[in-house]
Design a binder for this molecule. Structure first.
Ligand code: 5GP
Ligand code: MN
Length: 335
């Protein structure tokens, strides 16, 4: 994988560009994809954004979101676009299988492939150009850097700023995680100078709950939480019947895992959700406990040191049993 700057000279001529990101895109994935959509379009390229799956409806207000193609719904069109592309940008994921059903389409594409991402251990051999930096708060921050270091820095506009801010805000937990550097604040100051309305973005992303969803959270906190004090670990398990009862859709469980570390003294928060196709784990930690390593070693997952995910085809009970069993191995680290 060559340095991402190597792509700048290729942007001098009109190109067909496809941008994609990880399945179930979050604020950072969607924000970085749409920011680059607006940026490349401002240069005169023919640009399409393809998401491997659907996404949370609370992202729909983002500029350009209505034209994002859902691979699951428009598979033939998406495959055709990837086939015809000159350049493919892969954002906010480190391994191709994070694009689920798109993995083989992307691996088979003959075009130039570019990675911009902040997860550990990127699949470097799958990309021609790219940048992977785990120190960065978000892929949106990296897209900001990519734009302002380019010969087209002056094209940065309010739509791009809005998309970039969304990803920085969501991936830094609203500027509280340790990844929130002075550079992050400087970037946001620059975005404010472009007219960014950060307050509306917070409202759009966070103040959008239905009454049902608040009841779902209340039920989860009251009935689905188990605190394992001996391991400084909070575990929450959401059975499928809760998802059905409270009509929980993609994105509605976002943020739930963060409640677990609000209990005083907790070092590890683990959320297990019984999804249709798999059991999905979310892990969060404080301090030195590395959930990226934990998720990789035990639950086919990965992510960052303090925020990672995993998956399993086993049932809920089997997953909980395994989780409690493997916790014993980490007892020293968790105390
Ligand atoms: P979340 O818990 O919010 O779904 O994910 C937290 C972090 O872990 C994100 O950075 C996400 O990219 C990563 N992550 C979530 N699930 C998986 C997974 O199944 N595999 C890998 N490699 N990373 C994941
Ligand atoms: Mn991210």
């Amino acid at each position: 994988m060559q340095e991402v700057q190597g792509i700048y000279p290729l942007l001098g001529q009109a190109k067909k560009i496809v941008i994609t990101t990880h399945q179930k895109p979050d604020g950072d994935a969607m924000g970085s994809s749409l920011a680059l959509l607006h940026f490349f379009r401002s240069i005169g390229h023919d640009v399409k954004v393809i998401s491997p799956t659907n996404w949370a409806t609370f992202l729909n207000w983002m500029p350009g979101c209505s034209e994002v193609i859902d691979f699951d719904k428009k598979t033939d069109l998406a495959k055709q676009l990837v086939k015809e592309a000159d350049i493919l940008f892969c954002l906010d994921f480190n391994i191709m299988h994070r694009t689920k059903n798109m993995e083989h389409v992307l691996l088979g594409a003959g075009c130039i492939k570019v990675l911009i991402d902040h997860h550990q251990q990127p699949q470097e051999d799958a990309f021609d150009y790219g940048i992977s930096n785990v120190e960065k708060s978000s892929t949106c921050e990296m897209v900001y850097d990519f734009i302002i270091q380019s010969p087209y820095a002056a094209n940065l506009n309010l739509d791009m700023a809005t998309c970039i801010y969304t990803g920085i805000m969501t991936d830094t937990g609203s500027f509280r995680f340790t990844s929130t550097t002075a550079s992050v604040h400087r970037a946001v100051a620059h975005l404010k100078d472009l007219g960014l309305n950060h307050s509306i973005i917070h409202d759009n992303i966070y103040d959008n709950l239905s009454e049902n969803r608040l009841h779902f959270i209340g039920n989860a906190l009251l009935n689905r939480l188990e605190v394992l004090y001996e391991y400084n670990t909070a575990l929450m398990v959401i059975p499928k019947r809760d998802l059905l009862k409270y009509e929980i859709k993609t994105g509605d469980t976002e943020g739930l895992v963060n409640y677990l570390l609000t209990i005083d003294g907790m070092k590890l928060g683990a959320l297990l959700i019984d999804r249709d196709e798999e059991r999905k784990w979310s892990f969060r930690s404080k301090g030195d406990f590395d959930v990226n390593i934990f998720a990789r070693a035990n639950f086919e997952g990965g992510g960052h040191k303090n925020a990672a995910g995993g998956r399993s085809n086993d049932g809920i009970e089997e997953n909980v049993r395994k989780f409690k069993a493997v916790l014993e191995q980490y007892e020293n680290q968790l105390q």
